[in-house]
Design a binder for this molecule. Structure first.
Ligand code: ADP
Length: 334
């Protein structure tokens, strides 16, 4: 398991459930999204109607599922959960849609991964609250329109750009979630520690927050691992020193880089003089698949300003050299 993965791993969702904010007031950070969404929900409540369909976009671990659950609970309606990959046939979706009650919130995670026919069925359901159920096959097939009660679709996607235009256009409100600031993550860590009954000092908390890559899921995961360390190797209290030792043991450094991230930077600087070097060569040198380097390590290195992708290959920035404690060679300015 990668401690710094932004996606939920294994049965992590179960552990996470206890830490989820239950209302908009409890959500930390994302103040613009919170204000806008609060307004959408309040207006719908006053009109006694289901709110417009909501699209939540942003990287994994930033709170999309949490917000979907909050929308349902603020509207005092049940939440139905499914995901794009789980809907392989349009029939699967038809079954879900026809089972909805008025005002239900339907959450479709990874909505960009739905099959084409299901997507088309969803357009109609979102706009006209109708499902065309196809009976029979070939020339004799007929579509029977089935009315469904007004509901609210909440779609989540890591890549809003991957959604076909017609689907995107049918959402009345789109919220883009951004990475969290260190002080927001700090509040999240302290809130979670309270819920988990973990004793934590201020500096212990900021230390965990600053290594969490702007992502609440990672902050909560690091907190759980540091708590283990505090319990077994110390007196149970998460102090700065305990957080330091624990995260060093788990190989998550001060900037949130893990072993693979550092290996990539290390090879890039020490073996290839800072680049440019092709990603395949880089992957061989660290002993990983090209996809792993490209999809797992690079995005965060790029976001942290440590690595640049150029047409001629990957290049270490000045910050990368400094991160490794080395002087950048002549000519490295950025
Ligand atoms: P996503 O669906 O975007 O992958 P989740 O909603 O599952 O993310 O959130 C992951 C974890 O992070 C959950 O345990 C949740 O409690 C926590 N979390 C996310 N956003 C916030 C927030 N704004 N405040 C507090 N905790 C949060």
């Amino acid at each position: 398991q990668r401690l710094t993965a932004a996606e939920a791993e294994g049965d992590e969702r179960v552990v996470e459930a206890a830490l989820r904010p239950r209302s908009l007031d409890e959500v930390i950070g994302q103040s613009r999204v919170r204000d806008q969404l609060g307004l959408v929900l309040e207006a719908a409540r006053q009109r006694e109607r289901a709110p417009d369909h909501v699209l939540l976009s942003g990287p994994p671990g930033l709170g999309k599922t949490t917000l979907a659950m909050i929308i349902a609970s603020e509207m005092s309606t049940p939440l139905r959960l499914t995901s794009g990959p789980a809907i392989t046939h349009a029939g699967d979706l038809a079954a879900i849609l026809s089972g909805l009650n008025e005002g239900d919130v339907l959450f479709v995670d990874e909505i960009h991964r739905m099959s084409r026919p299901a997507e088309e069925m969803l357009y109609v359901a979102m706009e006209d609250f109708r499902v065309d159920v196809v009976i029979g096959k070939g020339p004799g097939a007929t579509a029977i329109p089935l009315e469904i009660p007004p509901f609210t679709l909440v779609g989540a996607t890591t890549r809003a750009g991957l959604l076909p235009g017609p689907l995107r256009d049918r959402f009345g409100f789109t919220a883009h979630l951004e990475f969290y600031e260190p002080h927001e993550l700090d509040r999240i860590v302290r809130r979670s520690a309270g819920l988990l009954d973990v004793e934590l000092t201020d500096t212990g908390s900021t230390e965990i927050a600053s290594r969490s890559r702007g992502t609440p899921r990672i902050a909560n995961r690091l907190l759980r691992r540091v708590r283990d360390f505090a319990q077994v190797r110390a007196d149970g209290v998460v102090t700065l020193d305990v957080a330091h030792q624990a995260l060093d043991l788990y190989e998550v450094d001060q900037s949130g880089l893990d072993r693979l991230d550092r290996a990539v930077l290390d090879v890039l600087c020490r073996r290839f003089g800072g680049g440019p070097v092709g990603v395949s060569t880089l992957a061989v040198a660290v002993g990983e698949e090209r996809e792993t380097v490209e999809e797992v390590a690079e995005p965060f290195l790029v976001r942290s300003g440590l690595l640049a992708r150029t047409p001629r290959g990957r290049v270490a920035t000045r910050a990368a050299w400094e991160h490794l404690g080395m002087a950048p060679p002549q000519g490295v300015t950025a």
